[in-house]
Design a protein around this ligand. Structure first.
Ligand code: PLP
Length: 307
């Protein structure tokens, strides 16, 4: 790096046409993404220099854009190129790569009409972090079913990725206050939904079940559903009650930011021997082993940093 060249070592971003170091990536305070949470996004991970299920993430991002009626004016091919370039610039081999579209700043000051905004496209690559710390994953996470219900899916479609985390944040404060690692939420009918940035699964006998409602269609969730048959497990997408959760043999969570993360406790219930259960551990091991074998991988072209 020459003295005058930008330092991308902590991450690189693309902001509406230009590439900048992550510390310089900023949005204006007048952007509706900030003032009204009018924004959608997706996050794909890079492991050992390859994107995992990039096309699935791009599919979901496009569904979210359509659901929010956002059009950042960037084609799917251009997005793929930009995502590759932010990773290449950062030089990171293990990274999170976010794609974001905000409503933008209204062209007419004070306008309440979303059509007055030019939608943005932002992308950035930052170093990998685990949503649940590795030592907690080792011992098995302790989850609290929080008092706050998940916001109604009639008001906020959870399958469109969003930053509206007020219910999750309340749940996480409650969980921390009560000595748990994190929270999971039920909907107002009492069915299990998800947690702050992760999907939830229960294991009972040979069945591996994840909620059919109130939750993002997680890409890691999809990977687990795909893996189950080859491990002799039956994948199920269906309703899960609080009683099902308490009666399960094992519980685990899934997210891009950590993969398959086994749990040891939910509320007062302790599963197995208070450690990650065997099926959760097997799914976790298989998920990461298949990464090493290049499963659903798209290699990053690091030479793009110079183009
Ligand atoms: N649920 C929510 C609310 C999320 O924000 C996320 C990821 O950020 C997930 C579930 C897990 O989805 P994925 O496996 O695609 O990361």
């Amino acid at each position: 790096m020459s003295p005058s060249s930008p330092d991308y070592s902590k991450g690189a971003a693309y902001m509406n046409g230009i590439y900048v170091p992550i510390s310089e990536a900023k949005i204006p305070v007048g952007d509706w993404g900030f003032t009204h949470s009018d924004v959608t996004y997706d996050v794909v991970h890079v492991t050992d220099g390859g994107f995992f299920r990039l096309e699935d993430h791009l599919d979901r991002f496009h569904r979210s854009l359509e659901g929010y009626r956002l059009d950042p004016g960037v084609t799917r091919d251009e997005m793929r190129t930009i995502l590759g370039k932010v990773v290449a610039l950062s030089g990171l081999k293990d990274a999170f790569v976010a794609m974001v579209s905000t409503r933008g700043v209204p062209r007419v000051y004070g306008s309440r009409d979303p059509a007055d905004c030019d939608n943005t496209f932002i992308a950035y690559a930052v170093p990998w972090v685990d949503v649940i710390k590795p030592d907690v994953q080792e011992r098995g996470a302790h989850l609290l079913v929080a008092q706050v219900p998940r916001i109604s899916q009639n008001s906020l479609d959870p399958t469109l990725k969003n930053y509206m985390w007020r219910d999750f944040t309340r749940g996480m404060f409650e969980a921390k206050d009560k000595g748990f690692d994190t929270a999971i939420l039920l909907d107002s009918e009492g069915y299990l939904t998800e947690g702050a940035g992760f999907n939830v699964f229960i294991v009972k006998d040979n069945k591996v079940t994840t909620p059919d409602r109130g939750a993002l269609r997680g890409i890691t969730r999809l990977a687990v559903l795909d893996l189950c048959p080859e491990l002799g497990l039956e994948p199920v997408v269906g309703p899960i009650t609080f009683e099902d959760l308490m009666d399960a043999d094992e519980v685990f969570t899934t997210t891009t930011a950590g993969g398959v993360m086994p749990c040891a406790r939910v509320n007062e219930r302790i599963y197995g021997n208070d450690r990650p259960g065997p099926i959760s551990a097997k799914l976790k091991e298989t998920y990461w082993r298949k990464h090493k074998e290049g499963w659903h991988m798209t290699p990053v072209n690091y030479a793009d940093a110079d183009n």
